[in-house]
Design a binder for this molecule. Structure first.
Ligand SMILES: Cc1ncc(COP(=O)(O)O)c(C=O)c1O
Length: 362
């Protein structure tokens, strides 16, 4: 065998969740009957006009994509009221995280983030050769900003703040976030992961896009995978100062954002009514699920997103396995907790039905 890096060789590959076909085969179900609520995807397809727009670019598949993401970048810069030079696109925001860790991490550095939070922060730190410092959330399952600040030391090059946080769904008001950012040394990059930003309706919350443009040590990450329902195409973006974006681009392979993704994202923009419909449907469904889980006496954190984090305790693995036999997939998390993505009305009904059966059977 070739000599692999020992820290990489020690990893287990990231589990994206079980393949529908495997689960269907195992439980004698038709794959179309399976309700997948494991990955915080949107319950419906892309925005109106996306499928048509994408079909028209497929004939040009022999050509490399536009490396500058010119059309999409200009449309998005108008929507966000930032300059084109403040934007960088990636093959999903995960790819942007890898590029950030590549550019700022490495041996002798560390990357600080809350825990539980998005598990990829741990992976990208390890891949880059950085140490990862995981700071436990507070008693309300919110990122503990004070403890996060205290964990930053001379070796820290990146601190990642997921707002809203995955998997707990919690948010911080903008004033607290901005006070946190002010307290971080300028030599440390603050990555604001706003993957679930579009779902938030709480008025204390604000995106940090404008701050990111002004401050050389702040970058906001967003994705088209969630409310825009383009998870399959892998496209996200970073917003930061022009100088920061120039530096980050140095760690990005060329041509990583394919033309289908760029076209799909572009066709999704400029549809505020559609965005609002999806946001308000998600909010109503979340209220329904939160109410139903509450009626079953299951503790939860306060979600502002398209998923709910709830406690099953010791029975978590048996309940999740039991639900799988009913064709409903949710994600077991550590410490007796589970996360369910908010589906459409029928999926949510199936979720509660499977949960009830699994709770009785366990
Ligand atoms: C907090 C957070 N950031 C980033 C991502 C990844 O998004 P993308 O699909 O753009 O890579 C996810 C996906 O689950 C997420 O939960």
């Amino acid at each position: 065998m070739p000599r692999f890096r020992s820290d990489i060789a020690a990893l287990s590959p990231y589990k994206v969740g079980r393949q529908l076909a495997d689960v269907a085969r195992e439980h004698g179900l038709d794959p179309s009957e399976i309700v997948k609520l494991t990955a915080n995807e949107g319950p419906e397809g892309p925005f109106p006009g996306v499928v048509e727009a994408v079909s028209s670019v497929l004939a040009n598949s022999n050509r490399y994509p536009d490396n500058a993401c010119w059309d999409l970048g200009h449309a998005l810069s108008a929507e966000l009221e930032v300059d084109f030079s403040n934007l960088m696109f990636g093959a999903g925001s995960v790819a942007l995280l890898v590029e950030i860790a590549t550019a700022l991490g490495g041996p002798g550095t560390n990357i600080v983030f809350g825990w539980p939070s998005f598990v990829m922060y741990r992976f990208v730190a390890i891949w880059s050769g950085s140490r990862h410092v995981e700071v436990p959330v507070d008693s309300a399952f919110r990122i503990d900003l004070e403890a996060l600040r205290a964990a930053i030391d001379d070796e820290t090059t990146v601190v990642v703040l997921c707002n809203p946080n995955n998997p707990t769904g919690t948010i911080h008001p903008a004033d607290d976030i901005e006070a946190f950012i002010d307290s971080v040394p300028e030599s440390v990059l603050v990555v604001m992961d706003e993957a679930y930003h579009e779902f938030v309706t709480d008025t204390s919350y604000r995106s940090e896009v404008s701050l990111a443009v002004e401050r050389p040590n702040v970058v906001v990450l967003r994705t088209f995978s969630k409310i825009y329902a383009l998870a399959s195409h892998r496209i996200g973006y970073a917003v930061g100062s022009t100088d920061l974006i120039i530096e980050l681009r140095k760690a990005q392979a060329p041509l990583t954002v394919n033309q289908v993704a760029q076209t799909a994202a572009l066709a999704s923009l400029g549809q505020p009514a559609e965005l609002e419909r999806r946001r308000s449907e998600n909010t109503a469904r979340r209220h329904h699920l939160v109410g139903a889980l509450g009626e079953r006496g299951l503790p939860m954190s306060e979600s502002h997103t398209n998923f709910v984090y709830f406690e099953l305790g010791d029975r978590v693995d048996s309940v999740v396995a039991g639900m799988t036999t009913h064709g409903v997939l949710i994600r077991p998390m550590g410490g007796g907790w589970a996360r369910v993505t908010i589906g459409d009305d029928e999926e949510n009904r199936r979720f509660l039905e499977a949960l009830d059966s699994a709770l009785v059977d366990k």
